[in-house]
Design a protein around this ligand. Structure first.
Ligand code: C2E
Ligand code: CA
Ligand code: CA
Length: 783
């Protein structure tokens, strides 16, 4: 060490030594800043600038070395071998290129240390080759120990510097420059100290040797070039910094425009946030700067954040609330530095909307009860549970009786209000723990424990059957309930629902206001009904219907007055099916209109073959009467068949008058105007409303056979028939008594002054050919 120091102090020009140091610092700065610039630009410019940086660093080493040599005062004449000097520079360039090539893009420490050794070796080569090029008029000997020492000290330093320059940490990276500088200095001065020169007058410099005053300007020119390069590097660095500042401010402007919260982070620490994030967290942008990202997102470490896929997380705001958010991470280059931008999107509004939509999708908008969709899910869950645990539950289906009537009469607004009231009563009497749903229209469904099924059904029928006061009008409806037990009556929702539906159907058919529990026969009956329905639809096309006639006579003299047309269905397998078995079904499935029209046309046609004073009576279904085109159709049939209107009677029942009075009234008056007589059929069994008798244009009352059956024994029946005949006389109507089976009954009707009788006593309904033969017999009486 002492040798090196004395060599520095005594054998060197001190001013030039300082210049050497300055050249070295300037050159190293130029090389590093150019290398950085190379890493900022792309493509061919990158390669070009990397080459400039390598040449610049080689020149730095070379110039430092040369200035150091020029500063050396050997005390004798000195010169430079031009070839070796040039070679030392070229070899250094090659060596440094190889070293950089090895180090670039690699963070592997061993590889970088290798690159450092390569760098050290090339600078050592420069040094010792350069010293070999240094010629003096004396003998040159080397202190091998110092040479070895120069290598042993500097090479590890080079290696360490290269490893540090590739480190992620800024502080360690900054140590690389000074380390290289000290390695070069050590190598140079230890090398110089190792050189021992002894003056020998016999030795002279070769002719080719360049004297120092020739070499000095060349070295000066290289140094000047290095200064220029250093300035360029400085300019690049400043420009890059300005660009980084511009980038950052542009990013900030953009970020502030974003609706999403954005945080720009470096190593998990927040560098900047936008206004949206500050608002979301509930503090100022300034306050968030410097905080760790994990203080906002404790459950989502930065390393777990995906760069490609949004993920869910929870943001902790300043007041301690946890806000559900969507997170996305992006790496952004700002001024050549990688920064992490985390996008944070508030999910509260979206989740609220989703919840709203789910509610809308699953509830009935009118009543607020569960809708069919939700109920299906509840029912499925109940079925699954019941199948697994064998715990039974009851499904109640309920349907309002007469709701359609209220809806049609009072209007849909009132109908809606009524449904709301029904829903409220249901919720009140079933409790909040049961599942209640409106399946649509006036259909509701309820799930209760099996033991509660019957009580619940009874309560519902009672509570819903009480009158409703809406807008000053009193409304009366009732409810029918069908009960099915899961899983006994159906282990899956669809079978169970069908069972409850069958029970409900049975309850409604029983007249309403009752509940029925599902029974297996219901399924069989339903199957039979379905089969009948299929057969019925085909019967009209296959011409399986025929019309039979039952004569009507004057009870006094027994003269024929006409006959009632009664439809018959000759089923290919079942034989003759009575009308009571298929007329209601035909009404239900909409087949009654074509069937009724066919009966009417057939009856009119066949009646034209009877003596011209005889009438034909045809039954009209309430469904037919609701059709406003009925009168026109009847007119057409009369025209087509040529039967005068005065020979046709139409029989209607009271139920037909209940609905749509306006249309019925108009139709009946139109028919009456054609000379057709209208009979009130089955009088006494329904409402027996006198007002109907007055309001509508009836010509005849037919007293139902249930009254006739018990005369003359039953006093009540006798009284009714007496009252009806006197009433009819006052209203200017005739009276027909149906179902007369005995001579006593006939005698009674004669005594009461009835105008017409019909019944098995006279004749059963018979085929059209038979009635025609009967009517055309010379003796026009059966008496
Ligand atoms: P309805 O109009 O009251 O017809 C009289 C029913 O009483 C007929 O039954 C007839 O056969 C039966 N009957 C007649 N005399 C006696 C008797 O002395 N004793 C007993 N026990 N019964 C007697 P049917 O033909 O089975 O018809 C039943 C119901 O079917 C009819 O009752 C009527 O409401 C309906 N119907 C029949 N044909 C038609 C039709 O073409 N159109 C419509 N809409 N309904 C019809
Ligand atoms: Ca009748
Ligand atoms: Ca009747």
């Amino acid at each position: 060490m002492e040798t090196i120091y004395s060599c520095l102090r005594d054998a060197h020009d001190q001013d030039l030594l300082w210049i050497a140091a300055l050249v070295c610092v300037t050159g190293v700065y130029a090389s590093i800043s150019l290398a950085r610039h190379a890493s900022r630009v792309e493509g061919n410019s990158r390669k070009a600038w990397a080459a400039v940086a390598i040449v610049s660093s080689a020149c730095t080493a070379w110039a430092t070395h040369m200035v150091g040599l020029l500063a050396f005062q050997p005390g004798m004449q000195a010169g430079f071998d031009p070839l070796l000097t040039l070679m030392s520079l070229l070899l250094t360039i090659i060596g440094i290129s190889a070293s950089m090539g090895t180090a670039i893009g690699s963070r592997n420490r061993l590889r970088r240390a290798g690159a450092g050794l390569l760098l050290g070796l090339s600078i050592a080569l420069l040094h010792y080759l350069g010293q070999a090029a240094y010629l003096v008029t004396g003998r040159v000997t080397w202190n091998v120990q110092l040479v070895a020492l120069s290598l042993a000290w500097s090479l590890p330093l080079f290696a360490a510097a290269m490893v540090l320059s590739g480190d992620k940490r800024n502080s360690l990276r900054h140590l690389a420059g000074p380390l290289i500088l000290s390695a070069i200095a050590l190598l140079h001065f230890a090398g110089m100290a190792a050189l021992e020169l002894t003056f020998d007058p016999r030795i002279s410099l070769p002719e080719s040797a360049l004297p120092p005053d020739v070499v000095a300007p060349i070295v000066a020119a290289v140094c000047a070039a290095l200064v220029v390069l250093a300035f360029m590097g400085l300019r690049f660095a400043l420009a890059a910094r300005a660009q980084a500042i511009r980038d950052r401010s542009r990013l900030k402007q953009l970020a502030d425009l974003a609706v999403e919260g954005l945080a720009i982070c470096r190593d998990g620490t927040i560098d900047a946030v936008n206004g949206s994030l500050a608002t979301l967290v509930g503090c100022s942008q300034q306050d968030l700067k410097g905080r760790t990202l994990s203080s906002l997102l404790p459950d989502t470490p930065l390393s777990k954040l995906s760069e490609h896929q949004e993920q869910d997380g929870e943001l902790f705001t300043n007041d301690g609330t946890r806000v559900p958010v969507r997170l996305l991470r992006k790496i952004v280059k700002i001024g050549n530095v990688d920064q992490t931008v985390v996008a944070i999107r508030d999910q509260r509004e979206r989740l609220r909307t989703e919840q709203r939509m789910r509610t809308l999708a699953f509830t009935d908008a009118l009543t607020g009860l569960a809708n069919r969709l939700q109920f299906n899910q509840i029912l499925s869950a109940n079925c699954e549970k019941a199948n697994a645990t064998e715990e039974r539950f009851a499904l109640l289906l309920l349907d309002l009786d007469r709701f359609k009537f209220v809806n049609d009469t009072f209007g849909h607004a009132m109908g809606d209000e009524l449904l709301k009231r029904v829903a409220r009563r249901l919720s009140a009497c079933c409790g909040s723990t049961t599942s209640i749903a409106r399946l649509g229209g006036d259909e509701f469904a309820i799930i209760v424990d099996e033991e509660l099924a019957q009580d619940t059904a009874e309560t519902i029928i009672d509570v819903l059957g009480r009158p409703y006061l809406i807008d000053g009008s009193i409304m009366d409806i009732a409810a029918s309930v069908g009960i099915a037990i899961g899983p006994a009556d159906g282990s899956n929702p669809s079978v169970l629902s069908r069972s409850a539906d069958l029970a409900l159907y049975t309850a409604k058919h029983a007249g309403g206001s009752v509940y029925r529990r599902f029974e297996r026969e219901m399924r069989e009956r339903a199957q039979a009904r379905r089969q009948l329905e299929l057969d019925l639809r085909r019967a009209l096309v296959r011409e399986e219907f025929e019309v039979h006639y039952q004569p009507q006579v004057d009870p006094g003299d027994g003269r024929f007055q006409g006959a009632e047309a009664l439809v018959r269905w000759r089923h290919p397998e079942r034989g003759m099916v009575p009308p009571a078995d298929f007329i209601p079904l035909a009404e239900e499935i909409g087949l009654i209109s074509p069937l009724g029209e066919w009966v009417l046309r057939t009856a009119c046609e066949q009646a034209t073959g009877w003596p011209s004073h005889l009438t034909v009576a045809v039954n009209l279904s309430p469904v037919q009467l609701r059709d406003s085109a009925l009168a026109a159709r009847v007119m057409q049939i009369l025209q087509d068949t040529g039967l005068p209107g005065s020979r046709l009677e139409l029989e209607i029942t009271e139920t037909a008058l209940l609905q749509d009075e306006e249309t019925t009234y108009n139709t009946l008056h139109a028919l009456r105007a054609m000379g057709i007589r209208i009979s009130m059929d089955d009088f006494g069994t329904g409402y027996s409303s006198l007002s109907y008798l007055r309001r509508f244009p009836f010509s005849k009352i037919k007293i139902d056979r249930s009254f006739v059956r018990q005369v003359p024994e039953d006093q009540e029946s006798v009284a009714i028939i007496q009252a009806l005949t006197s009433l009819a006389a006052k209203l200017n109507m005739t009276v027909t008594v149906e179902g007369v089976e005995t001579a006593e009954q006939r005698a009674f009707t004669v005594s009461e002054g009835c105008n017409q009788i019909q019944g098995y006593l006279i004749s059963r309904p018979i085929e059209s050919v038979s009635i025609r033969a009967l009517f055309n017999e010379p003796l026009q009486s059966v008496a």
